[in-house]
Design a binder for this molecule. Structure first.
Ligand SMILES: [Zn+2]
Length: 177
């Protein structure tokens, strides 16, 4: 089949398609009109089922979308900043607890040059790990982001732009027994 003939066949097929529904939505990717049930929403952007894989790939590659309010994957430095802020908060809390338990500042920060772990050291390590886990779980669950992520306007969401799986179900983040 020659190229020109294939192209004409394509044109014929396109013209045979039913007219777009009146209350249709425009796909942000291909610009064609679809019925609302054929459209997947990403933030404010609407994409048809056919364009979804390509759209998700572009999201992952960090291609900025033309549609206002559309989701963008957070870049490395923004994520790094968020982790840094969360780290400072977690560090401050665990040092605060260690000081409250009677440790010196050097002991609390681990700079006391004493490699021996006392019973209190083990206890404080367990407490700070638990607080760290609870911090991540509770903030993502309740607000969709930790304070560090909020500071950089990041939010944990699903591919469809909905609340994160962890914000909907505990089973998604807790290991099954
Ligand atoms: Zn499309």
């Amino acid at each position: 089949m020659s190229g020109a003939k294939a192209w004409r066949n394509g044109e014929t097929l396109a013209s045979l398609q039913p007219p777009p529904p009146l209350n249709g939505l425009v796909c942000a990717q291909c610009g064609r009109v679809f019925a609302p049930e054929e459209i997947v929403r990403f933030g404010n952007a609407a994409v048809c089922a056919g364009c979804k894989p390509l759209f998700l790939q572009r999201l992952r590659e960090g291609v900025v979308l033309a549609a206002p309010g559309a989701l963008r994957y957070a870049g490395f430095w923004v994520r790094f900043g968020a982790i840094f802020v969360d780290g400072i908060i977690g560090w401050s809390v665990s040092i605060g607890i260690s000081l409250a338990c009677g440790q010196s500042f050097l002991e609390a920060t681990g700079f006391d040059n004493n490699p021996e772990m006392t019973q209190l050291d083990w206890l404080l390590t367990a407490v700070s790990l638990s607080i760290g886990a609870a911090y991540e779980i509770i903030f993502v669950l309740k607000f969709g982001a930790t304070p560090g992520k909020m500071a950089f306007r990041l939010k944990v969401v699903t591919a469809e732009g909905g609340p994160s799986p962890s914000a909907r179900r505990w089973e998604d983040i807790l290991p099954s027994p």
